[in-house]
Design a protein around this ligand. Structure first.
Ligand SMILES: CC(=O)CC(=O)O
Length: 650
C-alpha cells in the first residue's frame, strides 16, 4: 500500500460540491452512498442516464431544450447518443455568469497583466461574433487559432462557438509544417493569429508563418491578427489582415447564440502526430460541456469565484479544459510564456498575487521545480491554494512527497489522466478521497474504467491495459475526413470491439486508486517481462544529477535490452560511479529485469510541442528506422543524439 499523504477533513468534505451532489442524488433516486465515492462511482456507471442527467441538473446546464431522452443506443461504444433531443450552445454556458467580477486575467512572461470582467468578456465575444457572422461563418464552419494563451484566444473561441462553428487551435511555437499538417486538413474559413509572442526572454515572430499558412491553406478567407507585441506591420501576414481590435461590431452588445443539437461539433483537436500526419479528433459541444462540468465541479471542486490556473498552451487539450472553468463561474488565469520565467518564481508569485485556488501543471514542471531546489513554502504564502493538479505524464512518488513537503500540507494533489482523444480524463482527482503517494485518486464518475489483461479480463493489483467499457459523453464524434469511421475504430476499438482501449499501461488497486506505468506501445519487454517506462523514470528521478531521462527497449540478440538515456546537470559527466548508482537505485527498488543494460548520456531529449518525451521516436532512431513526422517535435534536432551510438552496437 502506498503511503497516505493527505486525508480531507470533515469541513472539506462537507464543503465539497461532490458531497452536495451525492446528497441530491440520494434524495432524488432513493439510494444511499454512505458518503462513499466508490459507491457513487458504481451507481454512476450502472445508471448512466440517471447519472448524467443529475450532472446536467446539478451544474445547471443552459439549454433551449433538454429533450426527453438522456441516452439512446446505450450499449454502443461508439454509437451511443447522449441527450438526442437537446439543443444548446457551448459559449452560452461559458458566458452565463455576468457582472463586474473578473472572468479572465491574462499574464505574459514579461509581467504584462490585463483583466476582463465577465461583462467585458461578454461584450468582446459579441463584437467578434458579429465579425465572424459578417465574414459568412455558419454552423459547422471551421475557425482556426494560431495563438498564444491570451484572453483574445478565449474571445475568438467563444465567438466561434456562439455561432455553432468549430474551433481548432495550434500554439504559435508550431513550425509551418506542423500548422499545415493540422489546419490544412480541416480547411478553416477564418484564421486568428498573433503578430508575435514572448518565450524565455525572446520575442518570436509569427507573421512570416501566418503568411505561409494563408498562402498554403486556400480555404482561409479572413485573417485577424492580435498585435500582442505590437511593433510590426500586420499586412506582412496578409494584405487584408484585420487588427483584432477593429474586427467585428464594437456596438454589438448581445450575442445571438446558435442553439444546436447536443452533438454538434465544437472542437477539432489533434493527435501528437509523432507517427504520421496528426489525426483530427472532432469533439461535440454537449459532451465536452457536460464532462468538463462534471470534472471541474465534482472531481476538482471548482466553484464560482475560484481562481483557476492551468499551465498550458493553446496546442494542448488542457487549454480547452481550462477554459471550460468559466462555466463554473471561476476566474481563469491565462499565462503565456516559459513556466520557469524569473528563475521559476513567476508562477509561484502568481499563486499569491492572484490568489490561485486550483493550480494545474505537468508532472515535468513539478519534478523540475524540485530539481532546481525550489522550496515554495519558504518563499511564498500559498494560503489560497486548495488543489494542485498534474498531468502530461505520471507523477512520481517523489513529486507527490515534494508537493506535500515543500508546497503545503493542506491541499488535494490530484494526478489526472485522459487525453486529447477524449478531451478530458478517465481517471483523476476527488476532493473527498485521500491522496496516496504515486497514485491517481480514482476513476472519474460515469467512466467505466478498468484494467484488463491480455485476454480481456479485468485485473486488480496487476498491470494491464486501461480500458473504458461503457459509453461516455466526451467520446469524440469521430475523426475528420474519416467517413466510414474506420480510422476512428482502428485507433481505439480494434483490440476489443465496443471497448475503448486507451493505450495506457496501468494498474488499479483494490481501494480504487490508479497508477499509469507508461504508454502501452512504449512498454519494455526484456526477457518477455512487461515493464512500463514510468517504473524506470520514477527511480531515475531520485538521482540528483539526472535532470531528465528516456528509456527504450533495444532489439538485441533475439531479445530486448533496456537502454536508458540521461540528461545530467550542467557540468556533470556520466562516469562509472554514477552509472552504478543509477543501476543500483533501479535494482534495489524494482527488479533485476528493470536494470538498464546500457546507460548513456545525452544533451537533450526530443519532445512534442506540448512537452511529452517521444519514446517511440527515440526507439526508431536507435534502430535506424525513420521518424515519420519530425514537425510534431519541439526539438527535432535532439533525435540525432540517439543515432548510431557506438555503445549500442555491442
Ligand atoms: C488529461 C491528460 O491526460 C492530458 C495529457 O496528458 O495529455
Amino acid at each position: 500500500m502506498n503511503k497516505k499523504l493527505w486525508t480531507p477533513d470533515a469541513k472539506r468534505i462537507a464543503e465539497a460540491p461532490i458531497t452536495a451532489f451525492m446528497q441530491a442524488v440520494e434524495r432524488e433516486h432513493g439510494v444511499a452512498f454512505n458518503g462513499e465515492y466508490r459507491q457513487l462511482h458504481r451507481w454512476s456507471v450502472e445508471q448512466p442516464a440517471a447519472f448524467w442527467q443529475a450532472v446536467w441538473d446539478f451544474a445547471g446546464v443552459e439549454a433551449s431544450s433538454r429533450g426527453d431522452a438522456v441516452l439512446e443506443n446505450p450499449d454502443a461504444l461508439p454509437g451511443a447518443r447522449w441527450f438526442p433531443g437537446a439543443e444548446l450552445n457551448f459559449a452560452a454556458n461559458l458566458l452565463r455568469y455576468r457582472g463586474e467580477q473578473t472572468a479572465l486575467v491574462s499574464l505574459l512572461e514579461n509581467g504584462e497583466r490585463r483583466t476582463w470582467s465577465r461583462d467585458a468578456l461578454y461584450r468582446e465575444v459579441a463584437r467578434v461574433a458579429a465579425g465572424l457572422r459578417d465574414a459568412g461563418v455558419q454552423p459547422g464552419d471551421r475557425v482556426a487559432g494560431f495563438l498564444p494563451n491570451i484572453a483574445e484566444t478565449v474571445v475568438a473561441m467563444l465567438a466561434t462557438a456562439s455561432l455553432g462553428a468549430v474551433w481548432s487551435s495550434c500554439s504559435p511555437d508550431f513550425g509551418i509544417n506542423g500548422v499545415l499538417d493540422r489546419f490544412g486538413q480541416i480547411e478553416p474559413r477564418v484564421l486568428f493569429a498573433a503578430d508575435a509572442y514572448y518565450y524565455n526572454g525572446k520575442t518570436c515572430d509569427c507573421l512570416e508563418r501566418v503568411q505561409a499558412v494563408c498562402r498554403e491553406v486556400p480555404s482561409i478567407e479572413t485573417v485577424v491578427i492580435v498585435p500582442l507585441v505590437g511593433d510590426r506591420d500586420i499586412s506582412r501576414a496578409h494584405p487584408d489582415a484585420i487588427d483584432f481590435a477593429a474586427f467585428g461590431d464594437a456596438q454589438a452588445s448581445d450575442i445571438d447564440f446558435a442553439s444546436l443539437p447536443f452533438d454538434h461539433p465544437l472542437y477539432i483537436m489533434y493527435s501528437s502526430g509523432t507517427t504520421g500526419v496528426p489525426k483530427c479528433i472532432v469533439h461535440g459541444a454537449g459532451g465536452t460541456l457536460l464532462q468538463h462540468l462534471k470534472e471541474h465541479r465534482l472531481q476538482v471542486g471548482l466553484g464560482e469565484g475560484d481562481v483557476f490556473f492551468y499551465y498550458t498552451t493553446c496546442g494542448w487539450m488542457m487549454w480547452n479544459w481550462l477554459v471550460s472553468g468559466l462555466a463554473c463561474g471561476a476566474t481563469l488565469l491565462l499565462y503565456d510564456g516559459s513556466p520557469f520565467a524569473r528563475d521559476g518564481h513567476l508562477l509561484l508569485d502568481a499563486i499569491d498575487r492572484e490568489g490561485i485556488n486550483v493550480f494545474g501543471t505537468s508532472a515535468k514542471y513539478i519534478a523540475a521545480l524540485e530539481k532546481a531546489g525550489h522550496r515554495p513554502r519558504e518563499s511564498h504564502r500559498l494560503d489560497s491554494l486548495r488543489s494542485v493538479l498534474s498531468t502530461g505524464s505520471p507523477l512520481s512518488h517523489e513529486s507527490f512527497d515534494y508537493v506535500y513537503r515543500e508546497f503545503r500540507q493542506e491541499l488535494c494533489l490530484s494526478s489526472i489522466s485522459g487525453g486529447t482523444d477524449i478531451l478530458s480524463c478517465f481517471v483523476g482527482g476527488c476532493p473527498i478521497l485521500p491522496v496516496y503517494s504515486g497514485e491517481i485518486q480514482a476513476a472519474g464518475l460515469g467512466m467505466a474504467v478498468e484494467v484488463w489483461d491480455d485476454s480481456g479480463r479485468p485485473v486488480v493489483g496487476e498491470k494491464g491495459e486501461l480500458v473504458c467499457t461503457r459509453p461516455f459523453p466526451s467520446c469524440p464524434l469521430g475523426f475528420w475526413n474519416d467517413d466510414d469511421g474506420s480510422r476512428f475504430h482502428d485507433a481505439y476499438f480494434a483490440t476489443w470491439p465496443g471497448v475503448w482501449a486507451h493505450g495506457d499501461y496501468a494498474e488499479v488497486f483494490a481501494h480504487g486508486g490508479f497508477v499509469i506505468h507508461g504508454r502501452s506501445d512504449a512498454v519494455l519487454n526484456p526477457g518477455g517481462v512487461r515493464i512500463g517506462t514510468a517504473e524506470i523514470y520514477r527511480q531515475v528521478e531520485r538521482i540528483d544529477e539526472v535532470l531528465e531521462s528516456v528509456v527504450i527497449g533495444q532489439d538485441w540478440q533475439d531479445d530486448v535490452r533496456v537502454v536508458l538515456f540521461v540528461v545530467l546537470r550542467e557540468g556533470v559527466v556520466l562516469d562509472e560511479a554514477l552509472v552504478d548508482r543509477i543501476r543500483r537505485t533501479i535494482r534495489e527498488n524494482t527488479t533485476p529485469r528493470h536494470v538498464p543494460a546500457r546507460v548513456l548520456q545525452v544533451a537533450d531529449i526530443p519532445r512534442t510541442i506540448s512537452g511529452k518525451i517521444v519514446e517511440l521516436a527515440v526507439r526508431n532512431v536507435v534502430h535506424g528506422r525513420p521518424v515519420k513526422n519530425t514537425d510534431a517535435l519541439a526539438n527535432p534536432e535532439a533525435l540525432s543524439l540517439f543515432a548510431n551510438r557506438p555503445e549500442l552496437q555491442d
